[in-house]
Design a protein around this ligand. Structure first.
Ligand code: AMP
Length: 306
């Protein structure tokens, strides 16, 4: 049976027990409404650690639009059942007040002065579009790391700048080891996301323009194109030619993040896109010198294919 804990203090105690027993802990932070993408992280963590725990917390600090926070899908019981079926040992949740008992003010508000610095990977693109988003991410991830003190923490490449923030948070030490897992996609190529649940069938089918534009960019890379400006132009024109718009469609150096487009030829690159489709904003990206291992083959047959 999976341990299902509804207070961070209980999660802290459970993790301390595991460490005392000499076990390695794999940790997967999530906002729930779990799908096969999340579960691919859990499966990789299960292969590499003695025990795995997952947090499910829709973190208000990282939402810049209250409508998005309210509409964000939640399914705690369903999430617990999926994790149990995967063989995950513990899942926990909590409230903002439980996670930050010393930080919240008298009105239950989180003071800006207590937000953490997300580092340079938070600058530009997603960071420019969503005010305070990465400060909110850094603040909760740091707190979750304190609670769990994992051996390894798993993040999806799907949220590329978030992986830079996670790496920045552990810059001073080597624990936890931050492991970046490949993007899990639907058959159509659409990157799996909890937000996909809010798309109509038509919107979902149409949303493939994102992964198609990334594939065009990857073809150009394979054909030898290494200039960011050319790659970015291919990415943007592919989206515009399909009659769609984007919040941003850009090429950056994943090893040396910059706000502006890098000059000259790149040894590796990441093409990143964000666009509104119907009621939601979708993110996707493609590494153009793919350093990541193949996703593990796991038997999580109950995973929702969303
Ligand atoms: P979220 O619940 O959206 O905060 O995601 C929790 C973790 O799962 C993050 O590290 C995400 O990057 C990762 N994740 C979400 N969707 C995918 C996906 N399609 N493929 C791989 N990782 C994902």
């Amino acid at each position: 049976m999976i341990e299902r804990l509804e207070a961070p203090a209980d999660a802290r105690a459970w993790c301390a027990q595991q460490r005392a027993a000499g076990k390695t802990i794999g940790f997967v932070p999530t906002m729930g409404a779990l799908h096969a993408g999340h579960l691919s992280l859990v499966q990789q963590a299960l292969q590499e650690n003695d025990v795995v725990c997952v947090s499910v917390f829709v973190n208000p600090l990282q939402f810049d639009e209250s409508a998005d926070l309210i509409a964000y899908p939640r399914d705690w019981d369903g999430d617990v059942a999926l994790l149990q079926a995967c063989g995950c040992q513990m899942v926990f949740t909590g409230t903002l007040a439980q996670f930050f008992p010393d930080e919240l003010d008298g009105q239950g508000k989180f003071p800006a002065s207590a937000l953490k610095d997300p580092g340079p990977g938070a600058l530009g693109l997603e960071g420019s579009t969503r005010d305070g988003h990465f400060e909110g991410v850094a603040t909760i991830v740091e707190r979750l790391f304190e609670v769990v003190q994992p051996t390894r923490a798993y993040f999806g490449q799907k949220d590329f700048q978030q992986t830079l923030v996670a790496r920045y948070l552990v810059r001073a030490g080597d624990t936890p080891r931050v492991v970046i897992c490949p993007i899990s996609r639907e058959e159509s190529g659409l990157a799996r996301s909890s937000r996909n649940e809010r798309l109509s069938a038509e919107e979902r089918a149409g949303a493939v323009f994102l992964s198609q534009a990334l594939a065009r960019c990857a073809q150009a890379w394979q054909a030898g194109e290494r200039r960011a400006a050319q790659l970015e132009a291919i990415l943007q024109s592919s989206i515009l030619n399909s009659g769609r718009a984007f919040d941003y469609a850009a090429v950056r150096n994943p090893a040396a993040w910059s706000v502006e487009m890098p000059e000259g030829e790149l040894a590796e690159a990441v093409a990143v896109v964000a666009a509104r489709v119907g009621p939601v904003r979708l993110l996707d990206n493609h590494l153009l010198a793919d350093p990541f291992p193949q996703p593990p083959v796991g038997a999580c047959s109950q995973a929702k294919q969303s």
